[in-house]
Design a protein around this ligand. Structure first.
Ligand SMILES: [Fe+2]
Length: 451
C-alpha cells in the first residue's frame, strides 16, 4: 500500500452532543474508533495521509465544541501518522449556531427567499446576496466559530468564496503514484441552513459558482467534499452535471447511512460516497460507521484510471467495536476503477519524481525548522505553519506580530486568519519570513510541550 494515498473519511462526529445526555457512549465510540484504526487498519495500510471530515463536526456550532474537536483530531492525526494540520473540513447543519438564525428575522427572510427562488434565477440571487454588504455580514455569522476552526486547516470560506481548494501542502503528500495531483475541493451547503431544513419541503442551496472546478489541467484529479447529499439541494439539477463531469469522487455526510454508487454520465464516471455517521442520532438505527479511502493510479498516459479502495468500518458484533462491514460483497474493501483524462507526465515526473520531491520537501522543511534556509519555502509545510500559527492564543499571535514589527494600527478588529495573512505578507516583503516561521513553530512547540 506504500504508493497509495490513504485518508480517513469521517462525518457527523457531533462534538458535544454529550450535552444531550450521551456523554459516555459518544466518548467510548471515539475511543473505539481510534482503537480500531490503531489495531486493525494501520498495521495493514501503513501511515495515513490525512483526515477528511464532511461536516457536523460540532453539535451546536459553539466555540468550545471546536476546541474539543481539534484536540481529538490532533490525537487522531498522531495515531495515523500524519501531521496534525492534514485535516480537511466542510460545514454541516450542526456547525450552524441555530440561536443566531432563530433570533434574526432578516436572516430567516433571506433563507426563505433563496429556498423558494426559481432554479433558473438562483445562481444570480445567491451571488447578489453573498456580495451584498448587509446580507453577507449576517449570512455567515451563524458559522463564525466553524470558520475560525476551519481556517486553521486552510479550509477558509467567506461569503465571496464559500468553497476552497486544497493548496499549500507539503509537495509529496498529495502526489499520486504517477506524479499527478490529488486535489480536494470543499463546498458549503449550509448557506441557508436553519431549523426548517427538510429534504422535501425546505431544501438547501449551493449555487453553481461553488462547483466551477477547473478543467484545464489533466494532471489534477478532484475529490469534492460537501455535507449535504445532492437530494437535499434545491439546485440539485444545476449541480449534478458539474460534479459528474469534473469530480471523480464526491464525498458527502449528513444522512447517517452509508451510500456508495459509481455513476457514469456521457463517459465520465464519478464515485459518490455518502459516509455513515460517527455519532448518529439515537432515534434512528444505531449503526455508527466511518470509512478509510485509498487512491492510486493504474495505467498511464491514454490509459490512466483512478483506483479507489473503500474500507467500510461499522459498529456492531457480539463484543461491540468497529469492524469490517462484511455485508458489502463479503470483502474487506470495495474497489472502483474510474477512467481519467489522458495525461503525459513531464520527463521530470517519471517514476523517480515522487522520491525526488519527497527528499526536496524534507530537506526544505528541516531547513525551515532549523532556521538555516536562505530561501524558506512558503509552499513547503505551509499548512503546518498555518495550523500552528492559528492554534496559538490570540495574544500570542499579536505578540509575535508586535515583536517582529509586523503589527499595524489598521489591524485592529480583523479576524485571526486575516491577521496571520497580513503578518505573512509583511514578513515576506520585509525579508522576515524565516524569522516569523521560526518564531511561530518554536512558540507552538513550546506550548504543546508545556501541556
Ligand atoms: Fe447534518
Amino acid at each position: 500500500m506504500a504508493d497509495k494515498l490513504t485518508f480517513l473519511h469521517l462525518s457527523d462526529i457531533h462534538f458535544d452532543a454529550e450535552k444531550q445526555d450521551r456523554l459516555e457512549m459518544n466518548r467510548d465510540l471515539r475511543d473505539q474508533l481510534q482503537r480500531d484504526i490503531k489495531n486493525e487498519l494501520k498495521p495493514k495500510l501503513g501511515a495515513f495521509n490525512g483526515v477528511l471530515v464532511t461536516g457536523d463536526i460540532a453539535y451546536s456550532g459553539e466555540a468550545c465544541e471546536y476546541e474539543r474537536a481539534q484536540k481529538w483530531l490532533d490525537g487522531l492525526c498522531a495515531m495515523i501518522g500524519c501531521d496534525e494540520s492534514q485535516v480537511w473540513v466542510v460545514p454541516g447543519n450542526h456547525d450552524v449556531e441555530r440561536n443566531k438564525v432563530k433570533n434574526s428575522k432578516p436572516l430567516s427572510d433571506i433563507h426563505k427567499i433563496l429556498r423558494e427562488k426559481k432554479i433558473s434565477e438562483l445562481d444570480n440571487e445567491i451571488i447578489a446576496t453573498l456580495r451584498d454588504e448587509t446580507y453577507k455580514s449576517i449570512l455567515f455569522n451563524p458559522i463564525a466559530n466553524y470558520i475560525k476552526f476551519a481556517s486553521k486547516y486552510e479550509c477558509n470560506i467567506t461569503p465571496e468564496k464559500p468553497f476552497w481548494e486544497s493548496s499549500g501542502m507539503k509537495l509529496n503528500e498529495m502526489k499520486l503514484n504517477d506524479g499527478s495531483d490529488l486535489c480536494f475541493w470543499g463546498m458549503t451547503s449550509t448557506i441557508v441552513s436553519d431549523a426548517m431544513d427538510d429534504v422535501n419541503t425546505a431544501k438547501l442551496v449551493l449555487g453553481r459558482p461553488q462547483v466551477l472546478i477547473p478543467t484545464e489541467d489533466p494532471s489534477k484529479t478532484y475529490v469534492t467534499l460537501c455535507h449535504h447529499p445532492l437530494d437535499w439541494l434545491h439546485d440539485h439539477d444545476n449541480i449534478v452535471p458539474y460534479l459528474n463531469s469534473r469530480a471523480r469522487v464526491a464525498l458527502f455526510g449528513h444522512k447517517h447511512k452509508e451510500w456508495i454508487v459509481l455513476q457514469e454520465v456521457e463517459g465520465n464516471k464519478t464515485l459518490f460516497i455518502v459516509a455513515g455517521a460517527v455519532h448518529p442520532e439515537r432515534d434512528c438505527k444505531w449503526q455508527p460507521r466511518y470509512n478509510v479511502i485509498s487512491f492510486e493510479i493504474e495505467g498511464k498516459e491514454a490509459n490512466r484510471s483512478l483506483k479507489v479502495y473503500v474500507y467500510s468500518r461499522v459498529w456492531g458484533g457480539k463484543s461491540p467495536s468497529f469492524q469490517t462491514d462484511w455485508s458489502k460483497d463479503g470483502k474487506e474493501y470495495r474497489e472502483y476503477t474510474i477512467p481519467l483524462e489522458v495525461w503525459y507526465p513531464p520527463q521530470a515526473q517519471n517514476c523517480l519524481a515522487k522520491e525526488a520531491v519527497k527528499m526536496e520537501d524534507q530537506s526544505c522543511l528541516m531547513k525551515t525548522v532549523r532556521g538555516d534556509s536562505s530561501k524558506p519555502s512558503q509552499t513547503t509545510g505551509s499548512r503546518e505553519f498555518t495550523y500552528k500559527f492559528l492554534s496559538l492564543p490570540f495574544h500570542e499571535i499579536v505578540s509575535i506580530g508586535a515583536k517582529l514589527e509586523l503589527f499595524q494600527d489598521e489591524d485592529a478588529g480583523v479576524s485571526e486568519s486575516d491577521l496571520v495573512g497580513r503578518f505573512c505578507e509583511r514578513a515576506q516583503t520585509q525579508g522576515k519570513l524565516q524569522e516569523l516561521i521560526t518564531k511561530v513553530i518554536s512558540t507552538y512547540d513550546k506550548k504543546k510541550g508545556d501541556k
